[in-house]
Structures are given as C-alpha cells and as structure tokens.
Design a protein around this ligand. Sequence first.
Ligand SMILES: Nc1ncnc2c1ncn2[C@@H]1O[C@H](COP(=O)(O)OP(=O)(O)OP(=O)(O)O)[C@@H](O)[C@H]1O
Ligand SMILES: [Mg+2]
Length: 260
Amino acid sequence: MTTHSLAPHELRTTTGIAAATTDLSKVYGSGDTRVVALDRVSIAFREGEFTAIMGPSGCGKSTLMHCAAGLDSPSSGSVCVGTTELSTLGDRQLTALRRDRIGFIFQAFNLLPTLTALENITLPPTIAGRRPDQQWLDRVISMVGLSQRLDHRPAQLSGGQQQRVAVARALASRPAIIFGDEPTGNLDSRSGAEVLGFLRDSVRELGQTVVMVTHDPVAAGYADRVVFLADGRLVDEMAQPTPDRVLDRMKDFDTRSRTS
Ligand SMILES: Nc1ncnc2c1ncn2[C@@H]1O[C@H](COP(=O)(O)OP(=O)(O)OP(=O)(O)O)[C@@H](O)[C@H]1O
Ligand SMILES: [Mg+2]
C-alpha cells in the first residue's frame, strides 16, 4: 500500500467520509470487572467537518476516539479511516497510517522539551523521512501565530502557546483527520478560545476534518455538530450547536439519568 504518504486532498474519497465506525463495541476486562465501554457505535466523520463528542465521565468518549484513531482495537465492529479498514492492517501499516493520516492533540501537550517549537512541529514528517511541505507549514505557523516563537523550547512558552505548537504539529503532515481529547481542558478560557478558534479556522479555511472530545458547552459551540454519548451508546446529535443549546441538552441528560 502506497496510499499512506498521500496528502489529504489526494485521499479524498467519493464518500466524503474521513473516518467511520460501524457497530463498534469495546469491552474491557471480564467477569466481575467486565465493562462495556462502547456498545455498537456507528458514526461517520465527514470530511471538512468539526465534530464535538460530549457525554458524562466514563461514557466512552476517549475509548471511541482511541478506537477511531487506531490506538486501541475494537472488540467487535469496524473502523475505517478514508477507505482503509483498520483491521486489515498489520502493526507496521497501522503505525504508518497513524503517523501519516491522523493528527492527535491531547490534553497534556506531549511536546519534546529539548526540541524547539519548530522542531516539535516538524517532528512527525521528519521521523517519516519526509521534508515537510514548506508552503503548508508557513500557513499553519502563521495561522497559529507562532512565527515569533519558533526557536523557543516548550518551557519558554506559555500553556496556550504550547498547545498551539501541539495543534500545529497535528496539522503539519496534513492528516486526513485530527482527533483532540479535551485539547483545551488545561487552558485558561482565553488560551482555550484561541486554540478552538484555530481548530475551527483549520476546518473552514483548510478543509481539515476535526473530532474533539469536550465537557465544555462553550468549546462545543465551535463545532459544526455535537454527538452525545451515554453508557457507551450514541444517544443524540445536534447540528450547528450553540453553548446555550448544548447546556440545555446536558441538563436534560442530568435530569433523565437521575430519574431513570
Ligand atoms: N484500559 C481500561 N481497562 C478497563 N476499563 C477501562 C479502560 N479504559 C477505559 N475503561 C472503562 O471504560 C469506560 C469508558 O472510559 P473512557 O475513558 O472512554 O470514558 P470517557 O467518556 O473518556 O470519560 P472522561 O470524561 O472521564 O474522560 C469507563 O467505565 C472506564 O472505566
Ligand atoms: Mg476521556
């Protein structure tokens, strides 16, 4: 398979779906410690769309993201990234797919302390033995507003700036899809708003596909749609969310789970 090194626009499929799960279940443990973290979840992430995943703690959000990104394997059901079904890949192919086609932004920034901001941003393509596309890189760096900080090491940057480095790193290899697990969870509201605005811009201006887990209705308001999980199941979806509507929906959940 040579498709792993293609840029996202070349990976565009006629289906318009960047990644999808079908009847995805994930069970941890067995016997008394058996937990059904995901229960037949089918969801598609459309190209060029910003999706937020919400739901109570322990409902399976991180598990869904990890399975969709090939970091964890399903107990049953399937996951496709583009037109590639992940179960058909061997370990090395899966590693290559994660590196070339998927970007990650975690709550802990996972930057390497001895490298400069620029070196951190260009690390994934460098590891893959590729020269990053300079024009693309310039665009990404100017969009995140890091042009004046490229020679700084992570310890010399603020939390928000470090998170922007992590966002730029996720975008640098033009992945087919970016997954963020509470990417702004550790940031103050102003830095969080900057990072969210940047993620939204990458969707609007660069056609990036983004999937983000969040507990914050304000953060979810940046997305094109919100999907709600409860007890490992997909229970609702909201298009063009606003913080108020998301908050109302969450209150609704609380009332129902207390009365059920
Ligand atoms: N490695 C594991 N071994 C056993 N159980 C696990 C493991 N990882 C997750 N779980 C369980 O699976 C369920 C879903 O966990 P998950 O981390 O996906 O929740 P979450 O929605 O991301 O929660 P939070 O909002 O607190 O991050 C939980 O009940 C959790 O205890
Ligand atoms: Mg989680």
